[in-house]
Design a protein around this ligand. Structure first.
Ligand SMILES: OC[C@H]1O[C@H](O[C@H]2O[C@H](CO)[C@@H](O)[C@H](O)[C@H]2O)[C@H](O)[C@@H](O)[C@@H]1O
Length: 623
């Protein structure tokens, strides 16, 4: 049985049941709108940060090995087949294991509604056929696998405690403890049910009471189904859109409305490579597209919360505005490496924090201007404050638009005059002018009109290559960049303009690998990083959007279907995809990719989807 033990060095990996390497797409998401967990097809929860998305992980096997923390419940013997699915309209996962002696289903979920002080995970094992010997293995660690806690036997099961963190494992079966690993063996027969629950809480607080798993299951199912019922999208891709919306909701930090780019850090953009970043923060850039996806699907409340998060986070002097913030708008997100973690399939370093936070990325000012414009257009909230912010931002854009920056891809090479950055500066000015022209707000509109024309002219002269008949990645260069697919979407030029057609076709021809779009060619060294990366899924959605705007609906739909096909078995997508190895890459699941899915589905279904609406907002430049 579990007993009090003393802290010691983490045991070697060999002390645990060998871990198979799971692909990124072998994971499914659990979440409670405060934090999230990833559970693998093998029944192992390999990632959980508590109490918030950006807290230290208590299960970090995803980026190391079982010795860095995990919680597995699976058949003890050979598994013949595994299948899984979310219950309709929920984030409640059923994983079915088929064995020689029978079949069981493990139901995993994080109960809702939840609170900031506790994080719960419930796992209910039910026998479907025959009888199945099961094994539980729990390796509790804190601080990303670094801290080995004390384990104490408790009447309900086990408590793990170290520093500010405590976990309680509630178990109806006997637990054993050896080498800082907790195990249990039990058998489940047809019709039987064996529930477990795990609760993270603040170690200085009293132990939380254990709640009944079946009651939590019922409440959580109701909570998700009520939420999903608010979706207004209906069309050929309703299930896919709903799954992406649920994912987006699970990536939302409910106390503040901030949406994290992904719940993970350091899942690699290249297996074995160094492009491993922490995405557990909120990016301003992703805001406009997020707003469109929420508003056009009926989720006004979430859009309001996200807009309020934006206003609070970006408040202050524009020169101090950041491109990303913490969940509550925190500004300091220092980038650190965690040398004790060997990285996903050896992809090192594992990083927490994100150095891109300090970069100057001109496009985010335009993104913020556009997001506030969209919110005004949809009449999201009374908005005097937003307009005040926009006029201040306009002064900043006017003074800074001609400077080089690090761009949408947050390159770690030298700053450049990225065409997309200038494009978004143009968008910022254009939306300010709309504030005056369409909404009667006050501002120096003549000065802004002159500025808009100047930026437009600058982009057309310096960001366009007549030789290539395409806009290019940065001034003075010849390379392409998939961010330029947004040119028709933001309304810079009409989709029928030959320069736009040329750009979309050049990207489709030269940046596409087996039908998936790369954001740029890393081998040019523009990003200052070693190695390469996969195709970027949001950019592939943007290609579909651009083609739809060009009236090439069939091609757009073909790309969209291709994207749907590479979602994993439970409808989730990472940021990138390796078309040759046919596997997902990068942080997972990625909000930007799911936002792309929602918006493109709407673009292909509605007469006026988000892309058409965004394009028609702008005063497009001379054709
Ligand atoms: O690979 C380079 C950069 O990758 C990350 O940024 C990407 O994700 C952001 C969030 O979705 C997105 O806004 C940005 O456009 C993407 O390039 C990473 O966070 C950066 O640190 C890294 O340099």
């Amino acid at each position: 049985m579990a007993r009090a033990t003393q802290k010691a060095a983490p045991p070697p990996a060999g002390a645990h049941a060998a871990a198979e390497t799971l692909r990124i797409e072998d994971y499914a998401l659990l979440g409670d709108t405060f934090t999230a967990a990833l559970v693998g097809k093998n029944g192992s929860i390999d990632w959980l940060c508590a109490p918030r998305f950006d807290s230290g992980a208590c299960f970090a096997a995803l980026l190391g090995g079982p010795e860095n923390g995990r919680w597995r419940i699976a058949p003890a013997g050979e598994i013949r087949a595994v299948s899984r699915r979310y219950r309709d309209g929920t984030l409640i996962l059923d994983t079915e294991f088929e064995t020689e002696t029978g079949a069981v289903v493990v139901t995993d979920f994080m109960p809702l509604p939840s609170s900031e002080d506790e994080v719960d995970i419930v796992r209910i094992v039910r026998g479907l056929r025959g009888e199945v010997p099961m094994r539980l293995e729990a390796v509790f660690r804190f601080d990303y696998g670094h801290v080995v806690p004390w384990l104490r036997r408790r009447p309900y099961g086990l408590q793990a405690i170290a520093g500010p963190n405590a976990l309680q494992l509630w178990s109806p079966v006997e637990l054993s403890n050896q080498d800082f690993t907790t195990t249990a063996e039990f058998t489940v027969r047809e019709g039987q049910s064996t529930p477990f629950s795990l609760c993270w809480y603040k170690s200085h607080r009293p132990e939380p009471p254990v709640q009944h798993p079946e009651v939590l299951l019922e409440c959580s199912a109701r909570w998700w189904r009520d939420w999903s019922a608010r979706c207004t999208y209906s069309g050929p891709w309703t299930d896919a859109v709903q799954r992406s919306l649920i994912t987006l909701k699970a990536l939302t930090f409910s106390p503040t409305g901030g949406i994290v780019a992904a719940p993970t850090t350091s899942l690699p953009e290249e297996i074995g490579g160094v492009r491993n970043w922490d995405y557990r923060y909120c990016w301003i850039r992703d805001a406009t597209l997020t707003l469109y996806s929420l508003l056009s699907s009926g989720y006004t409340e979430e859009a309001v919360a996200w807009r309020r998060w934006l206003l609070r986070s970006a408040a202050g002097r524009p020169e101090e505005m950041q491109i990303m913030y913490g969940l509550a708008g925190e500004r300091r997100l220092p980038e650190l490496e965690l040398p004790w973690l060997k990285g996903y399939e050896g992809s090192r370093p594992v990083r927490i924090g994100n150095g891109a936070q300090e970069q100057f990325q001109l496009d985010v000012y335009g993104e913020l201007m556009d997001a506030l414009h969209v919110a005004r257009k949809y009449n999201v909230e009374p908005d005097a404050e937003a307009w005040r912010m926009q006029t201040v931002l306009m002064r900043f854009i006017a003074g800074k638009w001609s400077e080089p920056d690090s761009g949408i891809w947050e390159v770690r090479g030298p700053r450049r005059h990225f065409t997309h950055s200038k494009l978004m500066a143009w968008v910022g000015v254009d939306r300010a002018i709309s504030g005056v022209e369409q909404y009667g707000l006050e501002g120096p509109v003549e000065v802004w009109r002159t500025l808009r024309a100047r930026i437009h002219d600058d982009i057309c002269r310096n960001g366009y290559s007549a030789k290539r008949n395409s806009f290019v990645q940065h001034y003075g260069g010849d390379d392409l960049d998939a961010s330029l697919l947004l040119m028709p979407t933001v309304g810079f030029l009409p989709p029928s303009d030959p320069r736009i057609i040329g750009t979309v076709e050049a990207i489709a021809r030269e940046l596409t690998v087996d039908g998936f779009v790369q954001r740029y060619r890393p081998e040019t060294g523009v990003d200052g990083l070693a190695g390469g990366e996969g195709a970027f899924l949001p950019c592939t959605f943007w290609l579909a959007d651009a083609l739809a705007l060009l009236g090439r609906q069939d091609e757009a739909a073909e790309i969209f279907e291709r994207l749907l096909n590479i979602r994993n078995d439970v409808g989730l997508m990472a940021e990138e995809y390796d078309p040759r190895a046919r596997r997902q890459l990068g942080n997972f699941p990625q909000a930007f990719s799911h936002i792309g899915l929602i918006n493109t589905a709407q673009n292909l279904t509605l007469a006026q989807g988000p892309a058409q609406r965004r394009a028609s907002d702008a005063k497009t430049g001379p054709a």
